[in-house]
Write a protein that binds this ligand. Sequence first.
Ligand code: MN
Length: 132
Amino acid sequence: MSDTLLIIEDNEQNFYMMRFLLEKNGFSVFGAENGREGIEKALLHKPRAILLDIQLPEMDGYAVAEELQKHPELAKIPIIAVTSYAMVGDREKILAAGATGYIEKPIDPDTFVAEITRYFPQPGDDSKEERQ
Ligand code: MN
């Protein structure tokens, strides 16, 4: 399976931050600025996991997650919602829409990669936690 990750995120700063952290950890990253583009790229590249912003133009993250679930070939790809919503109901809503898990914005550079990779463990990963 590839180590390619898809980030669906309309905020350029957030995208660059996540891409930087992931590439530093050996992942290949490609991005989409909106849901339609994200779904197309997911079908094309079959990424290892999808990072999904909730607040997106036109089609929000909930709709994107639901749409991704409709494609059997994408059904096993973990979707990790990236959300600035703190409310419990919103978390439940995105999980109900098909997300595997979620992380909260703002991104914490020290924990980001560890937080997302627990949703798709790496082969040979010793799961050792790094301390600051
Ligand atoms: Mn956004």
